[in-house]
Write a new protein. Structure first.
Length: 344
């Protein structure tokens, strides 16, 4: 296993509690996210990602704008989305926003394209949920054409035809890295390979090893299509504190609150403490001391052949101060230890 594993952080800008115990405003949370991204660079991490949502419990609906603020205040860390909901956006505008971010950041922009696990953006932008699959498929096809640069001619059924000499601003060098976010369908894996794009697996529950067939399918599909190996990443939730006991105690109530809020909409049963503990021990919750979290990340990276691991470190109303401490430990203690373990 290569020791060149990139280690990143993702946040959805979850609305957090302030020192007074009350929920912060969306504006305050967005300013906190910028401070969290700055700290991520200071502690040596490789990537900072911000997800797009359009609901009250998440503050960020325009990740590129927040990432642009970070581009002006950082110099090295890569900056990207986690995820951009391409299905309910216009591919040309997405491309323009990220080519602008790439210019501002001097070539550090990335985008993860996906369908999203929430559907609020569809009615918000006047799009029928019945076209969920067709919208993503056609818009991804157009975006892939835009990535090639130069003149683009495209026609589909979800937007007017495009015949343009170029899309501006044009990108420098090879352009920004574009990932396909995959939740676990073989069709999505093969599609990522067909377009020749890196794949980011969103593993939010269950044993990470169950995704090995998807990693193998991706590698096999690339080879059969005559393509070189491409980056493979994983996005999973977690939290780091000084000890295992402290991490579980600090994380559980806020994680359970988030689970209950989303679960009420999706028919999930309440999260019991025993299930939480099982997910830490055997599933995809990376919660614990730096040593515990590092060992679990290294094991997942080795099992799946990863080139990147992104920890989704925010969870419900978990306070900003705790998130900052988690970032500090992840960058200064977890990341070096992961690399030591992979080099052994």
């Amino acid at each position: 296993m290569s020791t060149s594993l990139e280690l990143g952080l993702d946040t959805f800008g979850d609305v957090t509690r302030g020192d007074d115990g009350r929920e912060k405003s969306h504006a305050a949370v967005i300013r906190d996210v910028v401070e969290e991204g700055i700290l991520a660079e200071e502690v040596g991490l490789d990537f900072f990602g911000i997800g797009e949502h359009h609901r009250a419990d998440f503050a960020v609906s325009a990740p590129e704008t927040v990432l642009a603020a970070l581009a002006a205040r950082t110099r090295r860390i890569r900056l990207g989305s986690a995820v951009t909901v391409l299905s309910s956006d216009d591919p040309v505008r997405v491309f323009q926003r990220f080519s602008t971010l790439d210019a501002l950041s001097n070539g550090r922009a990335e985008v993860i394209l996906g369908r999203g696990s929430f559907t609020e953006s569809f009615p918000l932008f006047g799009l029928p949920l019945a076209d969920y699959e067709r919208l993503f498929g056609e818009k991804l096809d157009l975006f892939a054409a835009l990535l090639k640069g130069g003149p683009v001619t495209w026609q589909g059924s979800v937007r007017p035809p495009l015949d343009a000499p170029g899309i501006y601003p044009s990108v420098e060098g090879e352009g920004f890295r574009t990932w396909i976010g995959v939740g676990g369908s073989p069709e999505s894996v093969v599609r990522a390979a067909r377009y020749g794009l890196p794949m980011m697996l969103a593993i939010i529950g269950g044993a990470p090893g169950r995704f090995r067939p998807y990693a193998e399918l991706y590698a096999r599909a690339l080879a059969e299509m005559g393509r070189d190996a491409l980056p493979l990443g994983v996005h999973s939730p977690g939290y780091v504190a000084e000890t295992d006991a402290a991490a579980r105690a600090e994380f559980f109530d806020d994680y359970r609150a988030m689970h209950a809020r989303i679960g009420a909409e999706r028919g999930w049963p309440p999260l019991e403490r025993a299930a939480f503990e099982r997910e830490i021990e055997h599933g995809s919750l990376y919660v614990g001391s730096p040593e515990t979290v590092a060992r679990k990340i290294a094991a997942t990276a080795s099992a799946l052949g990863l080139t990147r691991f992104d920890l989704k470190y925010s969870a419900g109303p978990l306070p900003h101060a705790r998130l900052m401490r988690c970032i500090e430990l992840y960058g200064r203690e977890v990341a070096p230890r992961v690399r030591e373990l992979l080099a052994a």
